[in-house]
Design a protein around this ligand. Structure first.
Ligand code: PGA
Length: 250
């Protein structure tokens, strides 16, 4: 039985004062949920705040991106070891908002994935198709290719220390989530792809669903066999809604 994982993706929201309130509410509402794991991915400048407030609460924290390089003259970049310095355990890799707006290539994503693992961080690898790709019926081909970039380079065993998040691009921030059947079908495909190379790894791999998860669709989504939790954007900024989503997983 895979333990459910809920990851908050705050994106570029918050400030010291509002984060303090939101994190305090997370601690009050979520610390007693013992049978799920919760991770909050905050903007870089607030990692220290997350570290000081969340230590010993059972809630972990992480970042939303990292550099593909370990160290050096890379202005504006943040390395894996810097994230580790602030106690981060997880890092989101290849979110579609980065892949499109900042031209992140599959090769870059693969390098970041390994960079995270080499520094003891768990990468949360985002995969997903556009609406046009879904309507054309090529969604499995698209997601399969995204996974192959990692598998062909490093083998499927690297997923033993990773999380995959299926985030259909058409569902992110649109209010239009995938149905639980659509999501389950893709999650099963993803697990099968890893299983074709490494059954043990595929069985323990956590595959999250992301894209307009709300309290009212969370129960159905999380009830599906291959959905092991969620990557939550908008609703993670509201402590009540986030609590309901976490409870749906617990
Ligand atoms: P959303 O975002 O929940 O606001 O759709 C999810 C994500 O982008 O990770």
């Amino acid at each position: 039985m895979r333990r459910k994982l809920i990851v908050a993706n705050w994106k570029m929201h918050g400030n010291l004062a509002s984060n303090k309130q939101l994190l305090a509410a997370y601690i009050e509402k979520l610390s007693q949920l013992k049978n799920i794991d919760v991770v909050v991915c905050v903007p870089y400048p607030y990692l220290a705040q997350a570290q000081s407030m969340l230590q010993n609460t059972g809630i972990a924290w992480g970042a939303q991106n990292l550099s593909k390089d370990a160290v050096g003259a890379f202005t504006g970049e943040v390395s894996a070891s810097m994230l580790k310095d602030f106690g981060a355990t997880h890092v989101i890799i290849g979110h579609s908002e980065r892949a499109t707006a900042y031209c992140e290539s599959d090769e870059n994503i693969a390098t970041k994935f390994i960079q995270a693992q080499q520094h003891g961080l768990t990468p949360i690898l985002c995969v997903g198709e556009t609406l046009i790709e879904r309507e054309a019926g090529v969604m499995q081909m698209v997601v399969g290719k995204q996974l192959d970039t990692i598998i062909n380079r490093y083998g499927a065993a690297v997923f033993a220390n990773a999380v995959v998040a299926y985030e259909p691009i058409w569902a992110i921030g649109t209010g239009l989530a995938a149905s639980s059947e659509q999501a389950q079908s893709m999650h099963k495909f993803i697990r099968g792809k890893v299983a074709a190379q490494d059954i043990t790894t595929s069985t323990s791999l956590k595959i999250l669903y992301g894209g307009s998860v709300k309290p009212k669709n969370a129960v159905q989504l999380f009830a599906m066999q291959d959905i092991d939790g969620g990557l939550i954007g908008k609703c993670s900024l509201n402590a009540q809604e986030f609590e309901l989503i976490c409870r749906a997983a617990a």
